[in-house]
Design a protein. Sequence first.
Length: 590
Amino acid sequence: MTTQQILAFAVIAAMMAVFIWDRFRYDVVACCALVLAVLLGVVPVNQAFSGFSDDIVIIVGSALIVSAGVARSGIVDVAIKKFFPNLNTLHTQLALLMIVVALLSAFIKNIGALAIMMPVAFQFAKKSGASPSKYLMPMAFAALLGGLMTQIGTSPNIVVSRIREELTGQSFTMFDFTPMGALLAVVGITFLLFFHWLVPSRTKQTNSLEEAVEISNYTSEAMITQQSTMLEKPLGELLKLGDGEVIANAVLRGPSRMAPFPDLKLRENDIVLLEGPSKALDRIVSGAKLQLSGKPLMENGQAQADVISIEAIISQESSLRGLSAKDLSLSYTRGVNLLAISRHGERLKERLGTLTLAAGDVIVLQGSRKNMPTVMQDFALLPLAQREVLLGTRRRAIIPLVILALAMAATAVGLAPVPVAFFAAALGMVVFRAIPLTDFYKSVDGPILVMLAALIPVSDSLRTTGGSELIAGWLGQAAATLPAWGALGLILVTAMAVTPFLNNAATVLVMGPIAASFATNLGFRPEAFLMAVAIGAGCDFLTPVGHQCNTLVFGPGGYKFSDYPRLGLPLSFLIILVSVPALLYVWPVG
């Protein structure tokens, strides 16, 4: 073993130890490891920042943006209420999510399947009262398992098919992977369903401030129009869209004020006074296609692309105190609509236009992104937690799904590589206004991408220093004296262990020829050994960095590095125990 190899192993071992210790943030640890590797000469200076241009960084960042665009569209809420209205328990929700992700991952890129279903997981989490972390890691693992079922499901299957063709003249076919992949997917998903409790409940830390100032009793008013999906339907059906979080204080029909009975049929031009959290109000308004108070904000005959809604507090110095929205005529004088009001300790039953504003009231204003800062300053309003709300903002429901579908279709038929397709999809979310430009950058989880970019050259030092060949030599010596099942198990375990430090395709390229050589030297057929390499490389459940799917859920789930082996280690043992005898049965070595 050379000095460079010793140093490469030492840097990676120290980095993993600090990750598991979990005293410092993961991106800081990764950057420190990169600097140390450069100082020791393990990573060449001209390769120190090569990770920032790596395809994995582009894929993960783009997938985060695409997932945010799908979530913002509101189509997730519609789909859940239409197809799964009665899924209220964590077990049933998790089972559905994992099965759908696994099946999609067999035929499309698994990170794309995961990106589609992540917004559904967040909605289910809110509905059941569970932490999103309970859903996201099992879903990521299900995506990896689903990819094992077909030749195109995951990169290791494609690479190992090419290696078999080079060795025997015959490649694996599309569904040669299905018997083993389907078995492992069923076993793995069953395990995840019953042992998901191994994943701790985590809350993403960046959300804590927003949760602390969440306003729960906004009062808003919305009109039933010809386009509304609730026209001539009972009020109770409208309120169901709010998942029990919204109540109706009254229904105004012309000059009459009607009691909000659940069976009251809604008619055109009815105004419903609603009370509830802004997110629940938004689900009702967008889901039922209602028209909020105020006039449509127009510019040159077209709806503004930069219309936003924000929460603000009326200060003691504000000139809005003692006035009503009707007195102010904000829509006409300042191009701003008053959408909702919250007053601590009071249930407001007046119309927004006639309600006298007071210091301490929290209001939701809708206006141009360019104009809003001036309005806030002129009226001495204080922005609440520097956040925007979706209530009253325009969403394009189908466009995000169309963009994502086109990207995945392009990769499936070979028109574009995965990083290019997903980058184009992320860009499409902005070009077609499915997500505002400011939210575009907020959706990119900077620490995650920095961690990945720093880890890639550090992990690659195993290959550049010859460490991977050294491992292969040790492996060959150990396997030579083992029976078929022992050699097969050793190949599988080694591929699982190496994958977090090489990417899964590189693991197959390194381990595939070694596995085939073992088989030849021991007088066995190579298929089972090649399959073992593909399974091991495709089943990285131990770290957030071994596969893009694990990385994609790391930030949104609020996970720690050590959370992955808590669920992933027993799952890995289970995959090994099932795979070895199953491989010998499906692909006999004699």
